[in-house]
Write a protein that binds this ligand. Structure first.
Ligand SMILES: [Zn+2]
Length: 436
Protein backbone atom coordinates (compact mmCIF):
# COMPACT_ATOMS: atom_id res chain seq x y z
CA UNK A 1 0.00 0.00 0.00
CA UNK A 2 1.34 3.42 -1.02
CA UNK A 3 1.16 6.34 1.38
CA UNK A 4 -1.54 7.99 -0.78
CA UNK A 5 -3.78 4.95 -0.36
CA UNK A 6 -3.48 3.40 -3.82
CA UNK A 7 -2.18 -0.05 -4.47
CA UNK A 8 1.07 0.12 -6.36
CA UNK A 9 1.44 -1.84 -9.58
CA UNK A 10 4.28 -3.91 -8.15
CA UNK A 11 2.29 -5.17 -5.18
CA UNK A 12 -0.53 -6.33 -7.52
CA UNK A 13 2.00 -8.25 -9.51
CA UNK A 14 3.50 -10.00 -6.48
CA UNK A 15 0.22 -10.78 -4.77
CA UNK A 16 -0.63 -14.28 -6.07
CA UNK A 17 2.72 -15.89 -5.81
CA UNK A 18 3.39 -14.47 -2.37
CA UNK A 19 0.15 -15.73 -0.92
CA UNK A 20 -0.20 -19.10 -2.53
CA UNK A 21 3.32 -20.03 -3.59
CA UNK A 22 3.51 -23.50 -5.04
CA UNK A 23 0.16 -24.75 -3.76
CA UNK A 24 -1.68 -22.44 -6.15
CA UNK A 25 -0.60 -24.63 -9.02
CA UNK A 26 -2.49 -27.75 -7.90
CA UNK A 27 -3.65 -29.81 -10.83
CA UNK A 28 -7.21 -28.59 -11.38
CA UNK A 29 -10.21 -28.70 -9.04
CA UNK A 30 -11.84 -31.63 -10.72
CA UNK A 31 -13.89 -33.74 -8.29
CA UNK A 32 -15.35 -37.01 -9.38
CA UNK A 33 -19.07 -37.25 -8.81
CA UNK A 34 -18.43 -40.44 -6.83
CA UNK A 35 -16.14 -38.56 -4.46
CA UNK A 36 -18.61 -35.72 -4.17
CA UNK A 37 -21.48 -38.02 -3.20
CA UNK A 38 -19.27 -40.01 -0.84
CA UNK A 39 -18.34 -36.83 0.99
CA UNK A 40 -21.91 -35.58 1.03
CA UNK A 41 -23.13 -38.82 2.57
CA UNK A 42 -20.14 -38.88 4.94
CA UNK A 43 -19.37 -42.46 4.11
CA UNK A 44 -16.48 -44.08 6.00
CA UNK A 45 -16.75 -47.85 5.81
CA UNK A 46 -18.82 -48.00 2.61
CA UNK A 47 -17.90 -46.10 -0.55
CA UNK A 48 -19.51 -45.06 -3.81
CA UNK A 49 -18.48 -47.44 -6.56
CA UNK A 50 -20.45 -46.17 -9.54
CA UNK A 51 -22.92 -43.45 -10.52
CA UNK A 52 -25.29 -44.15 -13.38
CA UNK A 53 -27.62 -41.69 -14.96
CA UNK A 54 -30.60 -41.98 -17.24
CA UNK A 55 -33.50 -39.70 -18.09
CA UNK A 56 -35.49 -40.74 -15.05
CA UNK A 57 -33.04 -40.73 -12.21
CA UNK A 58 -29.49 -41.06 -10.97
CA UNK A 59 -28.45 -44.31 -9.37
CA UNK A 60 -25.60 -44.36 -6.88
CA UNK A 61 -24.12 -47.76 -6.17
CA UNK A 62 -22.48 -48.19 -2.80
CA UNK A 63 -20.31 -51.02 -1.56
CA UNK A 64 -18.23 -51.85 1.46
CA UNK A 65 -14.71 -50.51 1.34
CA UNK A 66 -12.26 -53.37 1.90
CA UNK A 67 -12.54 -54.89 5.34
CA UNK A 68 -13.56 -51.74 7.20
CA UNK A 69 -15.52 -52.43 10.37
CA UNK A 70 -19.30 -52.04 10.22
CA UNK A 71 -21.50 -50.83 13.04
CA UNK A 72 -24.39 -52.70 14.60
CA UNK A 73 -27.78 -51.20 13.61
CA UNK A 74 -29.14 -51.53 17.13
CA UNK A 75 -26.39 -50.45 19.50
CA UNK A 76 -23.84 -48.87 17.14
CA UNK A 77 -21.04 -51.10 18.35
CA UNK A 78 -18.27 -51.75 15.82
CA UNK A 79 -18.40 -55.35 14.74
CA UNK A 80 -15.64 -57.53 13.40
CA UNK A 81 -17.79 -60.36 12.08
CA UNK A 82 -20.03 -60.05 9.03
CA UNK A 83 -22.71 -62.72 9.21
CA UNK A 84 -24.10 -62.46 5.68
CA UNK A 85 -24.91 -60.12 2.81
CA UNK A 86 -28.59 -59.34 2.22
CA UNK A 87 -30.39 -58.59 -1.03
CA UNK A 88 -29.90 -55.12 -2.49
CA UNK A 89 -31.98 -52.33 -1.01
CA UNK A 90 -32.54 -48.83 -2.27
CA UNK A 91 -33.03 -45.44 -0.66
CA UNK A 92 -34.31 -42.17 -2.12
CA UNK A 93 -32.06 -39.20 -1.51
CA UNK A 94 -32.36 -35.46 -2.13
CA UNK A 95 -32.62 -34.92 -5.88
CA UNK A 96 -29.47 -34.01 -7.78
CA UNK A 97 -30.63 -30.91 -9.64
CA UNK A 98 -33.83 -32.16 -11.29
CA UNK A 99 -32.98 -35.83 -11.13
CA UNK A 100 -34.16 -38.03 -8.27
CA UNK A 101 -31.21 -39.71 -6.61
CA UNK A 102 -31.34 -43.34 -5.62
CA UNK A 103 -28.80 -45.14 -3.45
CA UNK A 104 -28.33 -48.87 -3.90
CA UNK A 105 -26.51 -51.09 -1.47
CA UNK A 106 -26.52 -54.68 -0.23
CA UNK A 107 -26.84 -54.43 3.55
CA UNK A 108 -24.71 -56.73 5.67
CA UNK A 109 -25.80 -58.45 8.81
CA UNK A 110 -23.18 -58.19 11.50
CA UNK A 111 -22.55 -60.48 14.41
CA UNK A 112 -22.73 -58.02 17.28
CA UNK A 113 -21.24 -59.25 20.59
CA UNK A 114 -24.03 -57.45 22.47
CA UNK A 115 -27.11 -57.91 20.24
CA UNK A 116 -26.42 -60.97 18.13
CA UNK A 117 -27.00 -61.04 14.38
CA UNK A 118 -28.32 -57.65 13.31
CA UNK A 119 -28.51 -55.53 10.18
CA UNK A 120 -25.70 -52.96 10.11
CA UNK A 121 -26.22 -49.24 10.73
CA UNK A 122 -26.40 -47.05 7.62
CA UNK A 123 -24.69 -43.68 7.89
CA UNK A 124 -27.22 -42.15 5.47
CA UNK A 125 -30.55 -43.36 6.90
CA UNK A 126 -32.43 -44.69 9.89
CA UNK A 127 -32.58 -48.50 9.92
CA UNK A 128 -36.25 -48.72 8.93
CA UNK A 129 -36.35 -45.80 6.48
CA UNK A 130 -36.62 -46.02 2.72
CA UNK A 131 -35.43 -42.44 2.24
CA UNK A 132 -32.20 -40.90 3.49
CA UNK A 133 -32.17 -38.77 6.62
CA UNK A 134 -31.37 -35.69 4.52
CA UNK A 135 -34.43 -36.20 2.35
CA UNK A 136 -36.61 -36.97 5.37
CA UNK A 137 -35.50 -33.72 6.96
CA UNK A 138 -36.23 -31.70 3.82
CA UNK A 139 -39.66 -33.32 3.43
CA UNK A 140 -40.53 -32.66 7.08
CA UNK A 141 -39.55 -28.99 6.74
CA UNK A 142 -41.62 -28.50 3.61
CA UNK A 143 -44.62 -30.34 5.04
CA UNK A 144 -44.93 -27.60 7.65
CA UNK A 145 -45.74 -25.15 4.86
CA UNK A 146 -47.41 -27.23 2.18
CA UNK A 147 -50.02 -29.95 2.16
CA UNK A 148 -48.70 -33.50 2.23
CA UNK A 149 -49.89 -33.86 -1.33
CA UNK A 150 -47.94 -30.80 -2.42
CA UNK A 151 -44.82 -31.91 -0.57
CA UNK A 152 -45.02 -35.33 -2.22
CA UNK A 153 -45.28 -33.71 -5.66
CA UNK A 154 -42.32 -31.45 -4.93
CA UNK A 155 -40.01 -34.36 -4.10
CA UNK A 156 -41.66 -36.87 -6.46
CA UNK A 157 -42.66 -39.16 -3.63
CA UNK A 158 -46.06 -40.65 -2.95
CA UNK A 159 -48.44 -39.31 -0.32
CA UNK A 160 -47.90 -42.32 1.91
CA UNK A 161 -44.13 -41.80 2.12
CA UNK A 162 -44.66 -38.19 3.18
CA UNK A 163 -47.20 -39.32 5.76
CA UNK A 164 -44.71 -41.84 7.17
CA UNK A 165 -41.91 -39.28 7.31
CA UNK A 166 -44.06 -36.70 9.10
CA UNK A 167 -45.43 -39.30 11.49
CA UNK A 168 -41.92 -40.34 12.46
CA UNK A 169 -40.75 -36.75 12.77
CA UNK A 170 -43.68 -35.97 15.08
CA UNK A 171 -43.08 -39.08 17.17
CA UNK A 172 -39.43 -38.05 17.54
CA UNK A 173 -40.42 -34.45 18.35
CA UNK A 174 -42.91 -35.49 21.01
CA UNK A 175 -40.33 -37.72 22.66
CA UNK A 176 -37.64 -35.07 22.62
CA UNK A 177 -39.41 -31.75 23.09
CA UNK A 178 -38.73 -29.44 26.01
CA UNK A 179 -41.31 -29.65 28.78
CA UNK A 180 -41.04 -26.54 30.94
CA UNK A 181 -43.67 -26.01 33.67
CA UNK A 182 -47.03 -24.77 32.36
CA UNK A 183 -48.97 -22.02 34.16
CA UNK A 184 -51.69 -20.78 31.82
CA UNK A 185 -53.40 -23.08 29.36
CA UNK A 186 -56.27 -22.66 26.93
CA UNK A 187 -58.54 -25.54 25.98
CA UNK A 188 -60.40 -25.19 22.73
CA UNK A 189 -62.23 -27.37 20.29
CA UNK A 190 -61.81 -27.73 16.56
CA UNK A 191 -64.61 -29.10 14.44
CA UNK A 192 -64.24 -30.78 11.10
CA UNK A 193 -66.80 -31.73 8.49
CA UNK A 194 -69.35 -29.24 9.78
CA UNK A 195 -69.26 -30.37 13.36
CA UNK A 196 -69.37 -34.10 12.78
CA UNK A 197 -65.92 -34.58 14.15
CA UNK A 198 -64.42 -32.77 17.09
CA UNK A 199 -60.87 -32.44 18.26
CA UNK A 200 -59.72 -30.87 21.50
CA UNK A 201 -56.61 -28.73 21.39
CA UNK A 202 -54.69 -27.47 24.41
CA UNK A 203 -52.36 -24.49 24.20
CA UNK A 204 -49.77 -23.06 26.50
CA UNK A 205 -50.99 -19.46 26.43
CA UNK A 206 -47.76 -18.03 27.85
CA UNK A 207 -45.43 -19.63 25.32
CA UNK A 208 -48.12 -19.63 22.64
CA UNK A 209 -47.47 -23.16 21.64
CA UNK A 210 -49.64 -26.18 21.14
CA UNK A 211 -49.35 -28.73 23.94
CA UNK A 212 -51.78 -31.45 23.04
CA UNK A 213 -54.38 -32.55 20.49
CA UNK A 214 -56.89 -35.28 21.10
CA UNK A 215 -59.78 -36.86 19.31
CA UNK A 216 -63.25 -35.86 20.44
CA UNK A 217 -64.21 -33.49 23.27
CA UNK A 218 -65.61 -35.86 25.84
CA UNK A 219 -64.38 -36.07 29.41
CA UNK A 220 -63.03 -39.52 28.72
CA UNK A 221 -60.96 -38.36 25.73
CA UNK A 222 -59.57 -35.16 27.21
CA UNK A 223 -58.64 -36.77 30.51
CA UNK A 224 -55.60 -38.18 28.76
CA UNK A 225 -54.17 -34.68 28.51
CA UNK A 226 -54.14 -34.35 32.30
CA UNK A 227 -53.07 -37.89 33.11
CA UNK A 228 -50.66 -38.70 30.27
CA UNK A 229 -49.34 -35.44 28.82
CA UNK A 230 -49.14 -33.37 32.02
CA UNK A 231 -49.15 -35.94 34.78
CA UNK A 232 -49.96 -35.19 38.36
CA UNK A 233 -46.80 -33.26 39.19
CA UNK A 234 -47.06 -30.83 36.28
CA UNK A 235 -50.81 -30.31 36.86
CA UNK A 236 -49.92 -28.66 40.17
CA UNK A 237 -48.26 -25.67 38.50
CA UNK A 238 -51.40 -24.75 36.53
CA UNK A 239 -52.77 -21.37 37.59
CA UNK A 240 -55.35 -20.46 34.94
CA UNK A 241 -57.30 -22.61 32.53
CA UNK A 242 -59.09 -20.70 29.81
CA UNK A 243 -61.99 -22.46 28.07
CA UNK A 244 -65.54 -22.53 26.84
CA UNK A 245 -68.44 -23.28 29.20
CA UNK A 246 -68.35 -26.95 28.42
CA UNK A 247 -69.11 -29.27 31.30
CA UNK A 248 -66.60 -32.06 30.54
CA UNK A 249 -63.70 -29.58 30.49
CA UNK A 250 -64.86 -27.99 33.75
CA UNK A 251 -65.12 -31.36 35.50
CA UNK A 252 -61.66 -32.32 34.33
CA UNK A 253 -60.01 -29.17 35.62
CA UNK A 254 -61.80 -29.40 38.97
CA UNK A 255 -60.70 -32.97 39.28
CA UNK A 256 -57.10 -32.84 38.06
CA UNK A 257 -56.00 -29.26 38.72
CA UNK A 258 -58.09 -28.11 41.71
CA UNK A 259 -55.81 -25.13 42.35
CA UNK A 260 -56.24 -23.67 38.88
CA UNK A 261 -58.67 -20.81 38.28
CA UNK A 262 -61.19 -21.59 35.56
CA UNK A 263 -61.65 -18.65 33.22
CA UNK A 264 -64.34 -18.66 30.58
CA UNK A 265 -62.89 -17.47 27.36
CA UNK A 266 -63.90 -14.01 26.22
CA UNK A 267 -64.23 -15.03 22.59
CA UNK A 268 -66.50 -17.92 23.43
CA UNK A 269 -68.75 -15.75 25.59
CA UNK A 270 -69.07 -13.19 22.81
CA UNK A 271 -69.83 -16.01 20.42
CA UNK A 272 -72.70 -17.22 22.60
CA UNK A 273 -73.97 -13.64 22.85
CA UNK A 274 -73.92 -13.21 19.08
CA UNK A 275 -75.73 -16.48 18.69
CA UNK A 276 -78.48 -15.15 20.95
CA UNK A 277 -78.85 -12.04 18.75
CA UNK A 278 -78.95 -14.21 15.69
CA UNK A 279 -81.55 -16.48 17.19
CA UNK A 280 -83.82 -13.48 17.83
CA UNK A 281 -83.33 -12.35 14.25
CA UNK A 282 -84.14 -15.76 12.87
CA UNK A 283 -87.29 -16.26 14.91
CA UNK A 284 -88.48 -12.86 13.66
CA UNK A 285 -87.68 -13.82 10.12
CA UNK A 286 -89.86 -16.87 10.40
CA UNK A 287 -92.82 -14.71 11.39
CA UNK A 288 -92.42 -12.15 8.60
CA UNK A 289 -94.39 -12.05 5.34
CA UNK A 290 -92.57 -12.30 2.03
CA UNK A 291 -92.74 -8.53 1.42
CA UNK A 292 -91.42 -7.69 4.81
CA UNK A 293 -88.55 -10.10 4.34
CA UNK A 294 -87.17 -8.08 1.44
CA UNK A 295 -86.36 -5.11 3.68
CA UNK A 296 -85.04 -7.39 6.29
CA UNK A 297 -82.62 -9.33 4.14
CA UNK A 298 -78.90 -9.16 4.82
CA UNK A 299 -79.22 -7.65 8.26
CA UNK A 300 -77.32 -10.41 9.97
CA UNK A 301 -73.92 -8.79 9.67
CA UNK A 302 -75.28 -5.36 10.48
CA UNK A 303 -76.32 -6.61 13.87
CA UNK A 304 -73.21 -8.56 14.68
CA UNK A 305 -70.66 -6.02 13.56
CA UNK A 306 -69.30 -3.50 16.01
CA UNK A 307 -71.17 -0.21 15.41
CA UNK A 308 -67.98 1.77 14.77
CA UNK A 309 -67.10 -0.51 11.88
CA UNK A 310 -70.25 0.29 9.91
CA UNK A 311 -70.20 2.58 6.90
CA UNK A 312 -72.81 5.29 6.29
CA UNK A 313 -75.30 3.27 4.31
CA UNK A 314 -75.05 0.39 6.76
CA UNK A 315 -75.63 2.77 9.64
CA UNK A 316 -78.66 4.14 7.82
CA UNK A 317 -80.09 0.66 7.43
CA UNK A 318 -79.41 -0.17 11.04
CA UNK A 319 -81.27 2.91 12.22
CA UNK A 320 -84.24 2.02 9.99
CA UNK A 321 -84.15 -1.41 11.50
CA UNK A 322 -84.01 0.06 14.96
CA UNK A 323 -87.11 2.16 14.39
CA UNK A 324 -88.92 -0.63 12.73
CA UNK A 325 -88.42 -3.71 14.78
CA UNK A 326 -88.55 -3.75 18.51
CA UNK A 327 -87.43 -7.24 19.66
CA UNK A 328 -84.43 -7.03 17.43
CA UNK A 329 -83.56 -3.62 18.80
CA UNK A 330 -83.72 -4.87 22.34
CA UNK A 331 -81.44 -7.71 21.41
CA UNK A 332 -78.98 -5.38 19.73
CA UNK A 333 -78.84 -2.97 22.67
CA UNK A 334 -78.41 -5.82 25.10
CA UNK A 335 -75.48 -7.11 23.11
CA UNK A 336 -73.83 -3.70 23.04
CA UNK A 337 -74.43 -3.12 26.75
CA UNK A 338 -72.89 -6.45 27.66
CA UNK A 339 -69.65 -5.61 25.90
CA UNK A 340 -68.89 -2.89 28.48
CA UNK A 341 -68.12 -5.71 30.89
CA UNK A 342 -64.70 -6.34 29.36
CA UNK A 343 -63.38 -2.91 30.38
CA UNK A 344 -63.91 -3.34 34.14
CA UNK A 345 -60.80 -3.76 36.25
CA UNK A 346 -62.42 -4.32 39.62
CA UNK A 347 -64.29 -7.48 40.29
CA UNK A 348 -66.94 -5.77 42.44
CA UNK A 349 -67.83 -3.23 39.76
CA UNK A 350 -67.84 -5.83 37.02
CA UNK A 351 -70.14 -7.96 39.15
CA UNK A 352 -72.54 -5.02 39.62
CA UNK A 353 -72.60 -4.33 35.91
CA UNK A 354 -73.20 -7.98 35.09
CA UNK A 355 -75.95 -8.23 37.73
CA UNK A 356 -77.83 -5.28 36.29
CA UNK A 357 -77.33 -6.50 32.78
CA UNK A 358 -78.63 -9.97 33.62
CA UNK A 359 -81.73 -8.49 35.25
CA UNK A 360 -82.56 -6.40 32.21
CA UNK A 361 -81.89 -9.33 29.90
CA UNK A 362 -84.27 -11.48 31.93
CA UNK A 363 -86.96 -8.82 31.55
CA UNK A 364 -86.41 -8.50 27.80
CA UNK A 365 -88.82 -11.31 26.92
CA UNK A 366 -86.22 -12.68 24.55
CA UNK A 367 -85.89 -16.39 25.13
CA UNK A 368 -82.35 -16.76 23.65
CA UNK A 369 -81.08 -14.06 26.00
CA UNK A 370 -82.70 -15.68 29.00
CA UNK A 371 -80.91 -18.84 28.06
CA UNK A 372 -77.64 -16.93 27.83
CA UNK A 373 -78.22 -15.39 31.27
CA UNK A 374 -78.91 -18.76 32.83
CA UNK A 375 -75.65 -19.99 31.38
CA UNK A 376 -73.77 -16.99 32.77
CA UNK A 377 -75.37 -17.35 36.21
CA UNK A 378 -74.24 -20.90 36.60
CA UNK A 379 -70.68 -20.03 35.53
CA UNK A 380 -70.36 -16.62 37.18
CA UNK A 381 -67.07 -17.16 38.98
CA UNK A 382 -65.27 -18.19 35.82
CA UNK A 383 -66.72 -15.23 33.93
CA UNK A 384 -65.69 -12.70 36.59
CA UNK A 385 -62.19 -14.16 36.68
CA UNK A 386 -61.58 -12.03 33.59
CA UNK A 387 -61.11 -8.94 35.78
CA UNK A 388 -58.15 -10.60 37.49
CA UNK A 389 -56.51 -12.58 34.74
CA UNK A 390 -56.89 -10.91 31.40
CA UNK A 391 -56.00 -13.80 29.15
CA UNK A 392 -58.04 -15.37 26.43
CA UNK A 393 -57.65 -17.95 23.72
CA UNK A 394 -57.45 -15.00 21.34
CA UNK A 395 -53.71 -15.11 22.01
CA UNK A 396 -53.51 -18.27 19.96
CA UNK A 397 -56.04 -17.27 17.35
CA UNK A 398 -53.30 -17.39 14.71
CA UNK A 399 -52.73 -21.01 15.63
CA UNK A 400 -56.44 -21.78 15.36
CA UNK A 401 -56.45 -20.27 11.89
CA UNK A 402 -53.46 -22.39 11.00
CA UNK A 403 -55.34 -25.51 12.08
CA UNK A 404 -58.27 -24.43 9.91
CA UNK A 405 -55.98 -24.00 6.93
CA UNK A 406 -54.44 -27.43 7.54
CA UNK A 407 -57.93 -28.84 7.56
CA UNK A 408 -58.78 -27.01 4.33
CA UNK A 409 -55.70 -27.93 2.37
CA UNK A 410 -55.79 -31.59 3.26
CA UNK A 411 -59.03 -33.16 2.22
CA UNK A 412 -57.07 -36.38 2.06
CA UNK A 413 -57.19 -36.84 5.82
CA UNK A 414 -59.83 -39.48 6.13
CA UNK A 415 -58.76 -40.43 9.60
CA UNK A 416 -58.40 -37.93 12.43
CA UNK A 417 -55.05 -39.57 13.27
CA UNK A 418 -53.38 -37.97 10.23
CA UNK A 419 -55.03 -34.64 10.97
CA UNK A 420 -53.73 -34.74 14.53
CA UNK A 421 -50.22 -35.55 13.29
CA UNK A 422 -50.34 -32.60 10.90
CA UNK A 423 -51.52 -30.26 13.67
CA UNK A 424 -48.68 -31.32 15.95
CA UNK A 425 -46.23 -30.94 13.10
CA UNK A 426 -47.28 -27.37 12.26
CA UNK A 427 -48.22 -25.89 15.64
CA UNK A 428 -46.27 -27.57 18.43
CA UNK A 429 -42.77 -26.33 17.51
CA UNK A 430 -41.40 -29.84 17.83
CA UNK A 431 -37.69 -30.48 17.28
CA UNK A 432 -36.91 -32.40 14.09
CA UNK A 433 -34.55 -35.35 13.97
CA UNK A 434 -31.11 -34.08 13.04
CA UNK A 435 -30.26 -33.98 9.39
CA UNK A 436 -27.32 -36.12 8.42
ZN1 LIG B 1 -25.34 -54.35 18.79
Amino acid sequence: MQPDGHLSSTSVCLYPSRLFGKTARRKGTEVLIETFIRKQLRLKAPTVTRVEEDNECMIVRIDRLGKRLLRCGVCGHRCREVHDVRAERQWRDLPMRRLPLILRYCPRRVDCPRCGVRVEAFPWAEPWARVTSALAHAVAMLARELSWQGTAREYRLDWKSVATIVKRAVAYGLRNRARPPVHVIGIDEVSRRKGQLYLTVVYDLERRVLLWVGEDRTEEAVRRFFTEELGRRRCRTLRVVCMDMWAPYIHLVQRHAPNAQILFDRFHIVKHLNEAVDEVRRSLWRRLSVQERATFKGTRWLLLKNPWNLNDSQRERLSTLVRWNTPLVRAWYLKEAFQLFWAYQQRKRAEDHLGKWMNSAMRSKLEPFKKFVRMLRSHLDGVLAWTKTRVSNGAVEGMNNKIKSISHRSFGFRSPKHFITAIYHCCARLPLPNER
